[in-house]
Write a protein that binds this ligand. Structure first.
Ligand SMILES: [Mn+2]
Length: 299
């Protein structure tokens, strides 16, 4: 039986009483997996940076007026190890760990690592929630059948997901970089893609309705969130491997997540692709605070 990380290393820096696995509803799983880098590297350092920065995040959420760790408990598992394990074998390790926790009624937060890990976490949730929809925040659609010869590339993660999940239950937000084949795949398979340029131009805005209301409408009851940190604009989130200009900002992302939390059942989420830059603390804190915010909206 693995032991949860202690107050010095766990998410938020929580005393034992509220951070043991047995008594915690929430389980944070660090997955420092990095194998298919295509531009900037460093996502293997993401989980550690988020855990460290989380000690700067308040226990108390100023908006919901709650201390979620006292209500539910938050256990942080030791980081998964991938000694010489790559691609399918690595994904199997992630799947097994997440599945075991979800089966034990835990709310699992998976911290990457590169985006490819999400297909394993999503598969584990889809097994227990057959109607699952996936809400993907991302600059990229990640629907390439393969990238640089590897079908388990971070650039192909949602193509893998669409092999076991109805593509019409994939909702993408913030997309602003894709190849022609990905655009065609979206069109042919009914994926719900909310492009950054459409959001920015107000193309979804109707009387008393905003783009995020349409996002919520596309989701089924049980929602898994896969959050690629590069969905954010590089001006607030430079610490990522493949940054793209024209991204989303903090408040609009929170507004969307808040609505999803109110109207749907968020069953788990991941936060991936943080590639920490030494000395650039705001990026790490942004990622850590985002985890805390989603927990507050979800539970
Ligand atoms: Mn991306």
């Amino acid at each position: 039986m693995v032991k949860a990380l202690d107050i010095k290393r766990n998410f938020l820096g929580i005393e034992k009483q509220y951070s043991a696995i047995e008594t915690s509803k929430i389980v944070v799983l660090p997955v420092p997996y990095e194998h298919t880098v295509s531009y900037g590297g460093g996502t293997k350092n993401g989980p550690d940076a988020i855990l460290n920065a989380s000690h700067q995040v308040e226990y108390f959420d100023e908006e919901t007026k709650r201390e979620i760790y006292r209500e539910h408990g938050i256990a942080t598992l030791p980081p998964l190890a991938f000694v010489k394990k790559r691609d399918e074998t690595a994904l199997q390790i992630i799947y097994d760990t997440v599945f075991e926790m979800v089966e034990r009624q835990k709310f699992v937060v998976t911290l990457g690592g590169e985006h490819s890990i999400s297909s394993a976490a999503i598969a584990a949730h889809a097994k227990l929630y057959p109607d699952l929809s996936v809400l993907q925040f991302d600059a990229h659609s990640d629907l390439r059948p393969e990238y640089r010869g590897n079908k388990y590339s971070h650039a192909s993660v949602m193509a893998r997901v669409c092999e076991f999940l109805d593509p019409r239950r994939l909702v993408q937000v913030g997309i602003r970089a894709q190849c022609k084949e990905e655009a065609e795949f979206i069109r042919d398979h009914g994926i719900n893609t909310f492009y950054a340029h459409d959001i920015r131009r107000g193309n979804y805005t109707k009387v008393l309705k905003y783009w995020d209301d349409f996002v919520v409408e596309k989701l089924s009851e049980n929602v898994y969130i896969s959050f690629d940190i590069d969905a954010f604009d590089p001006s607030i989130m430079p610490a990522t491997g493949t940054p793209e200009p024209g991204g989303l900002f903090w408040d609009e992302v929170l507004q969307c997540l808040r609505k999803v939390g109110r109207k749907k059942h968020i069953v788990g989420f991941d936060l991936v692709e943080l590639a920490p830059i030494k000395g650039l603390h705001h990026a790490d804190v942004t990622a850590a605070k985002l985890v805390s915010k989603i927990l507050n909206y979800a539970l």
